[in-house]
Design a protein around this ligand. Structure first.
Ligand code: KG4
Ligand code: ZN
Length: 362
């Protein structure tokens, strides 16, 4: 089955075509991602109205381009999948309406995809990971520990009580005078840290929630500590070595917090799901971070559990993951009506109890 996927929930306009019946490695027939970084950089973050207008400008040429790259026409498609939430609603509407229009014109099934499920199912697109698996979903808007039990079936074991990990990277980067998006910038400058051990002593940052029995996260205290550290540095233009040290300490601390929460989840996963080869999957934009990937790999080795992170190019927002999620749903016989309403909030596990402070992110 050949599916065209559309992703417009944040600041990336993306269109991809996949053939889900092909083996791993041969499924993605085309995948275009147009990042709006330059449009938003001046504001230090994503401006919803600017994003929505940019999606309008880019969506049509990207759809044409994705078909050309795959050497296909609309007549070759078996279904259209579009992100219908959660996300910035103006942008979501644009991708969703474009998808519905193609589905209506070509009489194709339309699949309304939950953006989070796109991230959650990526390891099946790229690695055929079998259900159930333990999933750490770390992105700019979400930080959750879930069990992926099946297509459309998730249990949420933990979530952030305040900022998402990617949000913490972005806000901390801003405090250090680094451009948006902060994650890749912090990773880049942290690599220039000359004495990592000394940097950790110089900037001892807090590790909120570490060691706690619940599987939740908290990152806002870490961001505050970064602000206080920056305020203690000499006034004026920040010295590059100072920022490299602080970035290293920050990245190391985020990795520590995440590894601690995942280690606890692994123990629970092993005892509740008695699987021969349990797997921890990490996905979402922050999963591109090399230090976090390495830390999780080491931790999983000591816990005798397989770990898997998708290729870096498929960690951040893309449409191949949306097309794949559409394929997985369509294979189970599910498609959606053309009056499906966009959802600014759309939890993967609607039955999960709300957490104090987690509010909109849960
Ligand atoms: O999944 P994603 O592309 O969009 C959302 O669904 O949120 O994630 C974007 C987030 C941003 O906060 C960005 O700073 C972060 O992922 N990110 C990283 C890295 N690359 C992207 N964070 C840490 N290290 C990276 N290398
Ligand atoms: Zn995302």
């Amino acid at each position: 089955m050949i599916i065209l996927g559309i992703e417009t929930s944040c600041d990336e306009t993306a269109v991809a075509i996949i053939d889900g019946d092909k083996p791993v490695g041969a499924r993605i027939l085309s995948s275009l991602v147009l990042s709006q970084l330059e449009e938003h950089r001046a504001f230090g973050g994503v401006v919803p109205e600017v994003a929505a207008r940019a999606h309008i400008d880019h969506i049509h040429p990207l759809i044409t381009g994705a078909l050309q790259d795959a050497n296909l026409t609309f007549d070759d498609l078996d279904g259209i999948a579009a992100t219908c939430g959660p996300g910035l609603i103006g942008g979501v509407m644009i991708g969703m309406m474009a998808g519905k229009a193609i589905a209506a014109a070509k009489n194709l099934p339309f699949i309304a995809v939950n953006h989070l499920e796109g991230h959650a199912l990526t390891p099946r697109l790229t690695d055929d990971t079998a259900f159930p698996y333990l999933l750490l979903l770390v992105s700019g808007g979400h930080t959750q520990i879930l069990i992926a039990e099946g297509v459309g079936s998730y249990k949420r074991w933990g979530t952030t009580l305040d900022d998402a990990a990617g949000e913490c990277f972005d806000k901390s980067a801003k405090l250090m005078g680094l451009p948006y998006p902060g994650g890749p910038e912090i990773q880049k400058i942290a690599a220039q840290c000359k004495d990592p051990a000394a940097a950790l002593k110089r900037f001892p940052l807090p590790t909120p929630m570490k060691g706690r029995k619940e599987l939740d996260f908290s990152f806002s205290g870490l961001k505050t500590a970064v602000r206080q550290s920056v305020e203690k540095l000499p006034a004026g233009d920040l010295n590059r070595n100072d920022i490299a040290d602080l970035s290293h300490a920050f990245q190391h601390t985020v990795a520590e917090i995440i590894a601690d929460r995942c280690a606890r989840s692994i123990e629970r996963f092993k005892s509740e799901y008695k699987i021969n080869t349990p797997t921890l999957v990490v996905s979402g934009g922050v999963a591109a971070n090399i230090a976090i990937r390495e830390k999780l790999k080491q931790m999983c080795e000591t816990h005798s559990i397989k770990t898997y992170a998708p290729p870096v190019s498929l960690c951040g927002d893309n449409a191949a993951m949306i097309a794949w999620a559409g394929y997985e749903h369509l294979k189970t016989g599910k498609s959606d009506p053309l009056d499906f309403k966009a959802r600014p909030r759309w939890p993967l596990d609607p039955s999960a109890a709300p957490r104090h402070g987690a509010g909109v992110k849960a």
